[in-house]
Write a protein that binds this ligand. Sequence first.
Ligand code: PEP
Ligand code: MG
Length: 901
Amino acid sequence: MQTTTKNNILNGSQNIKEKIMAKKYVYQFSEGDATMRELLGGKGANLAEMTKIGLPVPQGFTISTEACTQYYEDGRQINESIKKEIMKNIEMLEKITGKKFGDKENPLLVSVRSGARASMPGMMDTILNLGLNDQVVDVLAKKSNNPRWAWDCYRRFIQMFSDVVMEVSKKDFEVLIDKMKEKKGVTFDVDLTAEDLKELANEFKAKYKKALGKDFPVDPKEQLFEAIKAVFRSWDNPRANVYRMDHDIPYSWGTAVNVQMMAFGNMGNDCGTGVAFTRNPATGEKGLMGEFLMNAQGEDVVAGVRTPMPISQMAEVLPDVYKQFQQVCKTLENHYRDMQDMEFTIEKGKLFMLQTRNGKRTAAAAIRIACDLIDEKMITEKEALLQIDAKTLDMLLHPTFDVADLKAADKKDVIGKGIAASPGAAAGEIVFTPEDAVRLGKAGKKVVLVRLETSPEDIEGMKFAQGILTVRGGQTSHAAVVARGMGTCCVSGCGDIKMHEEEKYFELGGKVFHEGDGLSLDGSTGNIYGRIIKTVPADPNSGYFGRIMKLADKYKALGVRTNADTPADAARAAELGAQGIGLTRTEHMFFGEGRIDKFRQMICAETKEEREVALNAIEPMQQADFEGLMEALKGMPVTIRFLDPPLHEFVPTEDRDIKELAKATNKTVEEIRLICDALHEANPMMGHRGCRLAVTYPEIAAMQTRAVIKAAINVQKRHKDWNVVPEIMIPLVGDIKELKFCKETVVKTADETIKAAKANLKYEVGTMIEIPRAALTADEIAKEAEFFCFGTNDLTQMTFGFSRDDAGKFLPSYYAAKIYESDPFARLDTTGVGKLMEMAVKLGHSTRKNIHCGICGEHGGDPSSIEFCHSIGLDYVSCSPFRVPIARLAAAQANIKNPRK
Ligand code: PEP
Ligand code: MG
């Protein structure tokens, strides 16, 4: 018996072993295709696809994303069977190329590059020229008769390997290059000789040894496995983690690794390397756009170390290759039916494609490309809508320069010009470090970040900047690529700037600019202005944007409403296409001037009579606000939520305000202080708020009802053709009896008000579903509620049991521990909170067939949450005005992917 069990266990582990052994983790490019993205990553799948359609690709193989997952499962180790498989594929590559790893006659050099399922530009790491050591470099030098090239490759390899694999900073090596250039009196690295580069390579190795206490590895096999492990590790580096969170990329995906035979762009003047887009990624304009550097390798173009030449110039220097390249670009765009972003290398006049992918683009480019591809009959309307990243649309709503002020500035305030790298209008105070950008940006200041060049560590600062200006780098420099991804204005490569980064000032156009001085950038022209130019909001209803929004409305099933508290917000939202208001937080109306004092009087009332005096003073203000909201929405539904927050949020804290309140209420300062103290709660978010206020003080609900109903009657009178049906929403209900209690006051007051006005007005009374108990008993609650609106901010807080105000303090540890991959207050937790929602929708319909359901928590403007809301059959989502276009597109995408019957 025991033996059998033991045997079974042994057999079991044997089986698992065999399974691991049998599983394929490595694929030659010739074995894959574009459909294998999950396994091969984006880069690997596209290299395989390009191979398949006969384009010139240096051959190689992809180590799959599953190998990455296995690496982590094995405790950050590459297990023996995967190692064997990799080596088998190296042998195959040796056969294909006729070269041999570490060979003394015909050595094989490879690149090792990461490639996740979703492209993560600049987030992962690359190592080129792997396979070099002191002997191999000599072989290459002799064989090629080009020692300069051989040593250039070697010093690059040491530098990249040290940086990516061993984390010795790239900067340590750049300092040595700069010193060498100074010593030799040259400006560019291409002017360094073979001897200089050899000396540099030796200095690099010495640096490596000093930093790590051991020699640079000479065995190509060891180099290879260290490099592969580094790529796997890079999946978990802080930059990648931030990028994944920003782009909703799951950690579990892992990254693939591509090992590819090197093609050399640094062998002389019939060589080069470049990147190109089939359409302009900033504007969407059709036509090849990109940059090219002669006699250069990989990172040189994107790193912005030398300013590259426009791709069109390739036509002059290498006309035949250029023609072939144009043809390849056309083939790729037609094949993928989308704008392509490609990397290529030319080795001695021969073109090699190193990568192609659907290009990242600004929101402006995305909508234009989508429209153009429809017109060119390349894609359908639905495909076009799916092609646009909904999240980016708010970038189109960024302000533009005020035309008159820009004209004036054009005459006398242009101080310089750089490369128009990412469109937009930026105006703000100059800062020189990402840390300052974060600090001032968080304090609400508008800043422009000025840098020699940016690097991945600068991302956080770049997020907070209105615009980015760099001295070095072109269209594809780190600053340009990242800024475009963020929709931030960027002017790059303004070489005229005399930069004093450490001392925090620069000189341009004969002037000196210090930290805090005003600066404006035009990301569409590259102009730099020495002052702040006025900005104005953008127009959402014309051009490509208008067309895409119309198409979105054609295909969406969900309604899109807005959360708006003021008539101005409501009007802006209506312009952006909102089909109603899903949430008005009435308490927000009291922050305005001349209002808070009346509100405080109401809060500090000690009797019903005192409270009613204050409420009577408030009522006309509320009514006027509600009329403004209803006017702005032109007869579309307007949901008004009754008073919700804990009252102590409004009590005065300043002595002067306390004194004023005492005077206005005929109380002593001491009495006011005591009342305010009494309002404090240990756990206010779960305290005296929401419908509990209306239960304690029904007169507040009565006043708010009168204000809503009178406003609706007036607006209906003014616009006979509108159908004004106000929706009164009771917050934080957990029990049917609470809702019933509040509703009685509302209905009684509303009916009396309508009768007194001799009007004929319909209204609805509904509730927010934001307490788990309400979701669990939604069938009961629907007997009283004519509509549900999910308050997923509170519902998330109450379901998880942590405070939405305090979670920020500990959530970062949860992200670091991979317990959560995204902020549950930003992206709906569909597993838990979503389950409650889905249940509530079903239960609600079971007792009230025609109940309408929406969402008005922050998630109502988040595309992935919207997709979920669509799937559970909500009628609408409601979000802040600037997210309305995002929600319209996300709703259309949800319905295209999963059509409602
Ligand atoms: C919510 O809880 O989701 C909601 C919209 O209400 P508030 O954020 O005002 O609590
Ligand atoms: Mg709430």
